[in-house]
Write a protein that binds this ligand. Structure first.
Ligand code: KG4
Ligand code: ZN
Length: 377
């Protein structure tokens, strides 16, 4: 089945063409620079930017896939959760396309799509992904190349991304992004149950807000990750919220408050480049320890042998390393989303949409509305 998927739930405009489990193209236009000066995503600006970028991004996805609109057999889009006016842009455009092409349409839960992104694999030997969010731009129409994070053009090779569902194993899946922190038991394909989530700030929000307290630009997560490499994670003893609680919920606002008080009491730390690194390493260690221990505990309790992770914070090198270490020690299989698919992208929307259509899940009506608060059940 050849399918076009659109994703506009937050601040990435993305379109992907998927065929028979293969990602033929996955174009992502990030608005990160636009929102940087406001220290967070401004919904109105995000929606205007989606309106401006959606058609060029969708055309680029079709061109890169070598697929004409008339060859599409279905259209999908993120229906929720997300920012209402941002979701509307991609969702209504996808419904209009399905109507014009007279093809099936399906609305997808963004978090459910995240559950399957770790199963989208890069073929061995393929070049690493030109990271989706932090610097990826529209491919140049002439060259089909796009700049990578350092600005150097690298060939886009998304066709080497394939959904590896033949290897599917029941798993516990961690979704960690700027807006969400969720632990989900995925019992089988298209069959899951939410175990827990954050009761206040998300993990990415905690990185971004504590980084802001340190004077780092938005989003601070990737910068904290970089600075933490040369820092001492034991320099400050920050709390590990809800670590000892038996439930699978998370809470990060208390950690943020501890960092606030620490900085208030030790303002000199922000004047010293090594101490900033130590602060970053300590904050990261606290967040990572909670995420890893609670994920592993849930996996053991649910009796699964596989752990997966996706969402922007899954780019964090400390989280990747500690999850790998914890899983290795227990003989668990670990599947981390490809760095290019950790942040928001239409490839994961398309892969899940195709699975659902093949499984006979009911189509979405063309007059259906977006669901900004659509919680994963
Ligand atoms: O999945 P995503 O695009 O979600 C939202 O739009 O909410 O992820 C963005 C989040 C931001 O909070 C960002 O700081 C965080 O992911 N992030 C990281 C890293 N890369 C992105 N956090 C820690 N370390 C990183 N390397
Ligand atoms: Zn997401």
């Amino acid at each position: 089945m050849t399918l076009l998927a659109l994703e506009t739930s937050c601040d990435e405009t993305s379109a992907a063409v998927v065929r028979d489990g293969i990602v033929l193209s996955n174009v992502v236009s990030s608005q990160i620079k636009l929102h940087e000066e406001y220290g967070g995503v401004v919904p109105e600006l995000a929606a205007r930017e989606h309106l401006k970028n959606l058609l060029p991004v969708a055309r680029a996805a079709l061109r890169e896939a070598g697929v004409s609109a008339s060859a599409l057999e279905a259209v999908a889009a993120t229906q929720g959760p997300g920012l209402a006016i941002a979701l509307l842009v991609g969702f209504k455009a996808a419904q209009a396309a399905a109507f014009a092409l007279n093809k099936p349409f399906i609305g997808i839960n963004h978090h459910e799509a995240h559950l399957y992104s770790p199963w989208i694999q890069r073929a061995t030997g393929a070049s690493p992904s030109p990271l989706g969010r932090h610097g990826s731009e529209l491919p140049s129409p002439a060259s089909g190349l796009r700049p990578d994070v350092r600005g150097a053009p690298v060939p886009s090779a998304p066709h080497l991304l394939t959904a590896a569902f033949s290897n599917f194993q029941p798993n516990v899946s961690l979704i960690v992004s700027g807006g969400h922190t969720l632990l989900v038991h995925v019992r089988a394909e298209l069959n899951h149950c939410v175990l827990g989530g954050t009761i206040d700030d998300a993990a990415g929000e905690c990185f971004d807000k504590t980084g802001k307290l340190m004077g780092l630009p938005y989003p601070a997560g990737p910068i904290i990750d970089r600075l933490a490499v040369q820092g001492n994670p034991d320099a400050c003893d920050f709390p590990r919220p809800l670590l000892r609680d038996a439930n699978d919920d998370f809470s990060f606002s208390g950690l943020k408050t501890s960092v606030r008080y620490f900085i208030r009491d030790h303002p000199d730390w922000l004047e010293d480049s090594q101490k900033i690194r130590d602060l970053c390493a300590s904050v990261q260690a606290a967040i990572v320890e909670v995420l890893v221990k609670k994920t592993i505990r849930a996996a053991q309790r649910e009796g699964v042998r596989c752990v997966t992770a996706s969402g922007g914070v899954t780019c964090n090198s400390g989280l990747r390393r500690e999850l790998a270490r914890a899983c290795q020690g227990r003989g668990f299989t670990l599947r981390l989303a490809d760095p290019g698919l950790c942040t928001d992208n239409a490839a994961m929307i398309g892969i899940l949409a195709e699975r659902k259509l093949l499984a006979g899940v009911p189509l979405s009506p063309l007059n259906e509305e977006v669901k900004p608060g659509w919680a994963l059940a």
